[in-house]
Design a protein around this ligand. Structure first.
Ligand code: AR6
Length: 172
């Protein structure tokens, strides 16, 4: 069972084996965390992504990390759900993102993985529910990953992730 840590910061500064990017289906790069990771990894990341893509929502693929600083060796690209109100299986697609990222990490032998808050930016997934889905899914998915870092870019996301990690939400 992996240890899960919540931190606030820029995921491109993480010292882990693999960083996860919240991509779009083209895998060619975009804004938000994907833009930051593509800028740090250099143009070969989009070339590699484009050669693999398109990638459907809920799936994950892996490429080298190119110009990201060691020890980061891999970028895991996953495509979150576009939030359309919650009635279109968005939570299941988001859970699938986290499961598939762990499976891909296992395939390449990555033992430490940093995740952003997938789908909670441009794609509009409510941050609290996303935090609980992330923590619940990561906890219940067996893998060889030893250390998971949940990287929040803002304080609200950090607080929500930490709360999800610390205990179940009260019944509503
Ligand atoms: N480090 C960590 N987290 C970050 C960083 C960073 N450097 N920058 C932003 N975040 P988003 P999505 C947070 O919009 O909702 C892209 O254009 C951000 O505050 O990046 O899955 C893709 O190409 C938020 O909490 O991803 C797709 O088209 C979280 O990362 C689309 O956006 C996710 O926000 C994907 O949308």
């Amino acid at each position: 069972m992996a240890t899960i840590e919540v931190v606030r910061g820029d995921i491109t500064r993480e010292r882990v084996d693999a960083v996860v990017t919240a991509a779009n289906e083209s895998l060619l790069g975009g804004g938000g965390v994907d833009g930051a990771i593509h800028r740090a990894a250099g143009p070969r990341l989009a070339e590699a992504g484009g050669a693999i893509g398109p990638c459907p929502p809920g799936a994950a693929v892996v490429t080298p990390a190119f110009d990201l600083d060691p020890p980061v060796r891999y970028v895991i690209h996953t495509v979150g759900p576009v939030w359309e109100g919650g009635g279109y299986g968005e939570a299941e697609v988001l859970a699938s993102c986290y499961r598939c990222c762990l499976a891909v990490a296992d395939e390449v032998g990555a033992r430490s993985v940093a995740f952003p808050a997938i789908a909670t930016g441009v794609y509009g997934f409510p941050a609290e529910r996303a935090a609980r889905t992330a923590v619940d899914t990561l906890r219940s998915t067996p893998s060889e990953v030893e250390r998971i870092r949940l990287v929040a870019f803002d304080e609200e996301t950090r607080t929500l992730l930490q709360a999800a990690l610390d205990g179940p939400a009260p019944a509503t």
